[in-house]
Design a protein around this ligand. Structure first.
Ligand SMILES: C[C@H](N[C@H](C(=O)O)[C@@H]1CCCN1C(=O)[C@@H](N)CC(=O)O)C(=O)N1CCC[C@H]1C(=O)O
Ligand SMILES: [Zn+2]
Length: 623
């Protein structure tokens, strides 16, 4: 008999398309879950067996992805009338590394796992004590680097870590680059840099990033000049020059990516309180669970979703003492709408309290978009995912909030206290920008073939000097591989997402503060942006939640408009937040007639170490 509904051909096509997408969504959800479980098992117990299982499951999943990819390629989805269905098919048509031929995919998996394993298990000997060679990056080396004020010890830690990590993976990197680029080309993209940049849905995204840097660089130059002076007064002009780059080992962080540790020797008004709550956390008996419960309480106060029971059951919040794991903190989505975890070798410090908020921001995003199709269970762009936890921390780490939760006594907001607070925040947020930019400026050039494998290290230092104004504590050569001393390089994780996050998190902060009634754009002086705390604002939580629920179902420009009313990244939030600090630093640098910027480094980067030894010998001869 004739069909009861007079379905148009287009309606039939849409129905078929939805059926296909539902099938793929179910299957890919199951495969993602299996792969994530195997990856978690390896990352939380670095054994050969767990690696074999992880690679094996990844290969099986890749077989499914290739089949699905061919099915999508043969399906006429491009002219479907429904833009949302087209967007889902578009994302499915660029599945990533899994479309490499099996042998190549297995090799890529093994190379990245091997580099990450080397990094995660690397140990060095204690300074001046070759009997103890059991120092790991977390917590030992990180804490020594943050707290030591012995430049020779700092230099030792900086050099030894690079020998034990980057140098060890140097030989693997060219093949990783080659395989990654092959995978990109199979995805119809010219190279792996293009593959990473596709998630930002803007052909001019590198230009957008550079435009923001041009706007923010003046802030960085003022902070850099002031910190260089403080370090020169501390360590002397022999080590810290008046107008050159800053020696990287003195900045309290293995990669000079955030300089919070130097606040104690350089804060503008030493008599005034610094909002470093580490001591109070230790005094009050904080432990890992209490740190994460505190972070959770902030999200719940906004009426966002609390952590599921499974989160507390399955997460690893402390470094185990019976096995090797990847200690670098991370958040995990198991794609079943129920299982979400954090793995963090938590220490009782303010830095780890902020990291806990960062990681939980990822979990909250996973929870908010858990009912989206699998292809949309991502950030609006990767920078959005990195920003959420930090936005919470911008409120949770104000002196006013710390006082509210009993971690700080003096939350005075006189000018000097404000400058101190903004200085500590600036060492975390402003110092980070050129580091994050440099990370992918180097990698984009490597993937685009502009940096060859025989110049990896010296070009890395050219870029670090150009953007960060830092120099290595000792001469370097192409026998070193300093990029490989940073987690995201060995773990195949794109980094411009953090640069984007550190700009847009202030855009989000400003929008949420306004929605919370904590900030008036007509009268910003009433409650300055840097004192805003959105804690317990259900209105702010509702606005944020509505953006998070989108996942990547809409272009990020739509998500940005929903939360902030703008459709672009805009540094004005960051500039307004730090304005009092920049004015103070500029005036201070003028007073001391500080050289703003840096002249070329005198440190060398050459082909071989032999060249350095030879030239050092000739130098000492002629002295
Ligand atoms: C400490 C933090 N660890 C990452 C993060 O949380 O982003 C981990 C490792 C790489 C990706 N990742 C994840 O957890 C993802 N699964 C989250 C997601 O994409 O869903 C980190 O690396 N940070 C924090 C600020 C600067 C940077 C650094 O420390 O250099
Ligand atoms: Zn993150």
């Amino acid at each position: 008999e004739s069909s009861s509904t007079t379905e148009s051909p287009e309606q039939t096509r849409l129905k078929d398309a939805k059926k296909l997408l539902n099938k793929i969504n179910k299957e890919s959800g199951l495969w993602n879950n299996k792969v994530t479980i195997a990856s978690w098992n390896y990352a939380s117990n670095l054994t050969k067996e767990n690696l074999a299982t992880k690679v094996n499951v990844s290969l099986q999943s890749a077989d499914y992805v290739k089949k699905m990819w061919r099915q999508v390629a043969e399906y006429p989805w491009q002219n479907l009338s429904d833009p949302d269905l087209r967007r889902q098919f578009q994302k499915l048509s660029v599945p990533g590394l899994a479309v490499l031929p099996d042998a190549a995919y297995e090799e890529h998996q093994n190379i990245v796992s091997s580099m990450e394993n080397t990094y995660s298990t690397a140990k060095i000997c204690e300074y001046k004590n070759p009997n103890n060679c059991d120092l790991a990056l977390e917590p030992e080396i990180t804490e020594l680097l943050a707290n030591s004020q012995d430049p020779e010890q700092l230099k030792y830690l900086w050099v030894e870590w690079r020998k034990a990590s980057g140098e060890k993976v140097k030989s693997l990197y060219p093949r990783y680059v080659e395989l990654s680029n092959t995978a990109a080309q199979l995805n119809n993209l010219s190279n792996y840099a293009q593959y990473w940049l596709k998630d930002y849905e803007a052909d001019d995204f590198p230009e957008q990033v550079d435009a923001l840097w041009q706007q923010l660089k003046p802030l960085y130059l003022q902070l850099h000049a002031y910190v260089r002076r403080q370090l020169r007064e501390k360590y002397g002009p022999e080590i810290v020059s008046e107008d050159g780059p800053i020696p990287a080992h003195l900045l309290g962080n293995m990669w000079a990516q955030e300089w919070g540790s130097v606040s104690k020797i350089s804060v503008p008004f030493p008599g005034k309180q610094i909002p470093d709550v580490t001591a109070r956390m230790v005094e009050q008996g904080y432990n890992a669970t209490r740190i994460f419960r505190l972070a959770e309480e902030f999200f719940v106060s906004l009426n966002l979703t609390r952590m599921p029971d499974l989160f507390w059951k399955n997460s690893i919040l402390e470094k185990p003492n019976d096995r090797e794991i990847v200690c670098h903190a991370s958040a995990w989505d198991f794609y079943d709408g129920k299982d979400f975890r954090i793995k963090q070798c938590t220490r009782v410090t303010m830095d780890h309290l902020l990291t806990a908020h960062h990681e939980m921001g990822h979990i909250e995003y996973y929870l908010q978009y858990k009912d989206q199709p699998i292809v949309y269970r991502e950030g609006a762009n990767p920078g959005f995912h990195e920003a959420i936890g930090d936005v919470m921390a911008l409120s949770a780490s104000t002196p006013g909030h710390f006082k509210k939760i009993g971690l700080l006594d003096d939350d005075s907001v006189d000018t000097e206290a404000i400058i101190n607070n903004l200085y500590v925040k600036g060492l975390e947020k402003i110092a980070f920008l050129p580091f994050a930019y440099a990370m992918d400026r180097w990698r984009w050039s490597v993937f685009q073939g502009k940096i060859k494998s025989d110049e990896y290290n010296c070009r890395w230092w050219d870029i670090a000097e150009e953007y960060q104004g830092i120099e290595p504590p000792v001469d370097r050569s192409e026998e070193d591989f300093d990029p490989g001393a940073k987690y995201h390089i060995v773990a195949d994780v794109e980094y411009i997402r953090y640069y984007v996050s550190f700009v847009i998190q202030f855009q989000f902060h400003k929008a949420l503060c306004e929605r919370a009634g904590q900030y008036d754009p007509q009268n910003p002086k009433l409650k300055p942006l840097h004192q805003c705390d959105i804690y317990q604002s259900k209105d702010a939580g509702a606005l944020l939640g509505s953006m998070l629920q989108l996942g990547s179902s809409k272009p990020w420009q739509d998500a940005m408009e929903l939360i902030s009313g703008q459709r672009v990244m805009d540094a004005s939030g960051l500039l307004e937040y730090f304005n009092p600090l920049i004015e103070w630093l500029t005036a201070e640098n003028q007073k001391t007639n500080e050289y703003i910027g840096w002249k070329p480094t005198t440190k060398r980067c050459v082909k071989t170490r032999a060249e350095l030894i030879k030239s050092n010998k000739t130098n000492s001869d002629c002295k």
